[in-house]
Design a protein around this ligand. Sequence first.
Ligand code: AMP
Length: 193
Amino acid sequence: MNKIVVFCGSSLGFNPIYKEAAITLGNYFVNNNIGLVYGGGKIGMMGILADTILAKKGEVIGVIPKLLEKEEVIHADVEKMIVCKNMSERKVIMSKLIDGYITLPGGFGTLDELFEALTLNQLHIEQKPVGLLNINGFFDATLLQLNKMVAEGYLKPANRKLLLVADSVEELMLKMNNYNPPKVSHVINKVVR
Ligand code: AMP
């Protein structure tokens, strides 16, 4: 994989284990020549991840909506910064740049981005690996919710499998590298974004 978008919190969280996970992922990207695409912020998990990669001269591309382009938010050291119109355009730009998605702990913004990526894959608009780094069981409750959606008939088991989950960076990257997208059997793959 050449470039991966990482969705993660604009906050750091209370437990340092999450910050450590962002650093581990950043180091993995640098060591494996994977470029980071992310939300362009200097704060929280986003800032730690970008700083880790920039410190080792790795590739970082920020995509930030005009609304967030304020000094206290935007990462001034990221040279490749794409400023876009709004949050929706940001997602489209990001998805065109990347070969896969990874989600780290975060809040509403992070979950919004994760579920948009899953929906794009569910509709076969895209066929890219979508990974979730379940550090410290952070996403256990989210995964339980997905299982409930399957059990109650709202989420197809095949679509549940679109989400690749691991509790370490190495294991997650292994799953993403070995990902075989489901075969597209119906016309919905003709949907244009
Ligand atoms: P949240 O999980 O609510 O902290 O939101 C984080 C996600 O939403 C990131 O992946 C970003 O793409 C986006 N986002 C939210 N807040 C910001 C911000 N202040 N600066 C840049 N991106 C942000």
